[in-house]
Ligand binder design. Sequence first.
Ligand code: AMP
Length: 394
Amino acid sequence: MAIKSIKDLAIREKRVFIRTDFNVPMDKKGNITDTTRIEAAIPTIRHAIEHNARVIIASHFGRPDGERKMEYSMEPVAAKLAELMDIEVIFFEDCIGMGTQQMVRDLKPGQVLVLENLRFYPGEGDNDGAFAKDLAKLCDIYINDAFGVSHRKNASVHALPLLMETKGMGFLMEKEITELGKLLHFKRGDGFTAILGGAKVSDKIGIIRSLLDSVDALIIGGAMAYTFLAAKGIKLGSSLVEKDKVSVALEVIKGAEARKVKLLLPVDHLAATGIDATETKVFGNDDFADNYLGFDIGPKTIKLYADEVAKAKTIFWNGPMGVFEKDIFAKGSIALAHAVGEATAFTVTGGGDSVSMMNKAGVADKIGHISTGGGASLEFIRDKTLPGVEALKG
Ligand code: AMP
């Protein structure tokens, strides 16, 4: 069953509830330090206003753990939305109950109301039916434009849309599903390469297993590569190894062999004696000093990975090649970002780390699609759908 887009729904004068992901970063003084997530939802909100809907916006913000903690209030986010859109935005101090229902009744066509943090109620995280029913009282039409949280079975992205007859996706959600959807149907030989990096094998094993069925090449970097190398009997000094995941890594290595997937692991490493060290050394896989730890891929690995990337037709990248937050260990990630930027392949990346990596390398405009969801994009590719996407069907 196809999911309807907001542009296919008769929203005029209707109470349109838009679930957005306004979980923005904020500094200690309460200033919003990055407005990307707010801006990403504006086309949907603007469409609803232009079609004279009564617009109700709800989101979570931070982790108030089901309690009313005012440092997680949506009020400054509502003010930022008003500033960015140059419109009046009404804020209300609750998201369910009689007071909220009255605010919605008073809302005129074309007006925008932002509700208080959904996570002030434990029912949101618990996907609670009663909480979802309270939210359903506020709306005629439900729109999900919060891709980044749609892998979570939260009430506002799962139980609520299941209760709603008229529902659909916003423009951001539609773009994510369309672009990430391009990666779901590859067969071996189609030229699909995945690059996975980051800290832990345990976080990525689900997607690695699923990608083995469709990729031609799988490039592994970051700390998780050390667990794969350990599985091959390669010891890299004091580098981080998830001992309880060595057998899982071995299973992936064998799985790749059996499926004729080219699995690329680092052949050299940029290492130091500690994360705050100012001096680095390059080691291969067979001469790694005992008191050193790997923090980035080395120059030979960069070349090997860049050559592979140049051959790909489609690339999916999640997770850095090293501790890219520190300039001294960011070379590998940045060099690979350049290689990906220069490649002719259609490239998709996802998550906060990937966005800042691409920005650091200055290649963001050369990437086919930068997903707003980290965990959500991984789970979408692994499962070919998400709970919040399924709930919009039928
Ligand atoms: P993830 O959230 O799983 O994508 O992991 C991202 C994190 O992995 C970043 O904060 C990196 O600093 C970290 N990381 C990548 N490579 C290494 C490494 N060799 N040693 C320690 N941390 C690493």
